[in-house]
Design a protein around this ligand. Structure first.
Ligand code: OAD
Length: 222
C-alpha cells in the first residue's frame, strides 16, 4: 500500500528530544520563538540563533532512534512508505527509512543566507564569520516562522496519492503542514498515534498512546 506518514516532535520525544508545545518541558517554553526562529531574529542577533541551533544539533546527535522510528523503517518491507517530517533531527534516516522529506529543514544542513540553494552538510557547529562560496554568512538550513516551505509541493504530491495517512506526534497547529490532511483522498484512512490526539475534521483511527507504545498496534491495523 502507498502510505504517507506525517511526523512531528512527539515521535522523537522518547529519544530524549523535547517537543515544542508540551506544557512541562516544551522547547519553546525556554525560548521566545521571535528570538531564535524567525528571519528578524537572525538579522538582529545571528549569534544567538546560531547558538540555539548548534545546541539543538548537539542534542539531536546524542539521541538515538526509538522503536517508532525503527518500526516505520521496517514497514518499508511491506508498504511503499513516504515519511513527511516536521522534525529537523535525522532519527528517521538513522533508523533506516529511505524516503524522508524534511519540510522544516534539517539540523545537519547549512546554507548561504543569501542563496538557500547553496547548501552543505554540516558536522560540527556553524560559527559567525563562516561563509558559503558566494561569500555570504552560513545559516542553519531550517525553515523559520514567516519563511516559505519549499518542500510543501512535494509533500502535497505524496499525500494526494496516498492510500492511507499515518500521523504521529504532531499537534497540527503549524501550517502549511497541518493543511496537508485536506489533500488526502476521501477514501484513504487516517491513523493517528499521540497521547493527545489533535482535532481532525474527518473520521480517524485514534491510538491514544506514546509513539513507542502504540506503533505496533498502529501497524497491525494497516
Ligand atoms: P508540538 O510540540 O506542537 O506537538 C507535539 C505533539 O507530540 C503533541 O501532539 C503531543 O501530544 C505529542 N507527543 C508528546 N509526546 C509524545 C510521544 N511520546 N509519542 C507520541 N506523541 C507525543 O510539535 P510539532 O507538531 O512537531 O516548526 O510542531 C510543529 C512545528 O512547530 C515544528 O516543526 C516546529 C515548531 O515550531 C518550526 O520550527 C518551523
Amino acid at each position: 500500500m502507498q502510505i504517507a506518514v506525517l511526523t512531528g516532535a512527539g515521535i522523537s520525544a522518547e529519544s530524549g528530544l523535547r517537543t515544542f508545545r508540551d506544557s512541562e518541558d516544551g522547547l519553546w517554553e525556554g525560548y521566545d520563538i521571535q528570538d531564535v526562529a524567525t528571519p528578524d531574529a537572525w538579522n538582529r542577533n545571528p549569534q544567538l540563533v546560531l547558538e540555539f541551533y548548534n545546541w539543538r544539533r548537539a542534542e539531536a546527535r546524542k539521541a538515538q532512534p526509538n522503536k517508532a522510528h525503527i518500526r516505520l523503517a521496517e514497514a518499508e518491507e511491506d508498504h511503499e512508505l513516504y515519511i513527511i517530517t516536521q522534525n529537523v533531527d535525522d532519527l528517521h534516516e538513522r533508523a533506516g527509512s529511505s524516503r524522508v522529506l524534511h519540510i522544516h529543514g534539517e539540523l545537519n544542513m547549512m546554507c548561504s543566507e543569501k542563496n538557500r540553494q547553496i547548501r552543505y552538510p554540516i558536522s560540527g557547529d556553524i560559527q559567525l564569520g563562516q561563509t558559503a562560496e558566494d561569500g555570504a554568512q552560513l545559516r542553519p538550513d531550517i525553515v523559520w516562522f514567516g519563511e516559505a516551505v519549499p518542500q510543501i509541493d512535494a509533500a502535497l504530491d505524496i499525500v494526494r496519492s496516498a492510500e492511507a495517512l499515518i500521523i504521529i506526534g504532531t499537534s497540527l497547529v503549524v501550517y502549511p503542514a497541518a493543511g496537508l490532511l485536506n489533500y488526502l483522498p476521501a477514501t484513504s484512512a487516517v491513523y493517528v498515534l499521540d497521547p493527545n490526539i489533535p482535532e481532525i475534521a474527518r473520521p480517524i483511527h485514534a491510538i491514544h498512546k506514546k509513539a513507542t507504545e502504540g506503533i505496533e498496534e498502529l501497524l497491525s491495523l494497516i
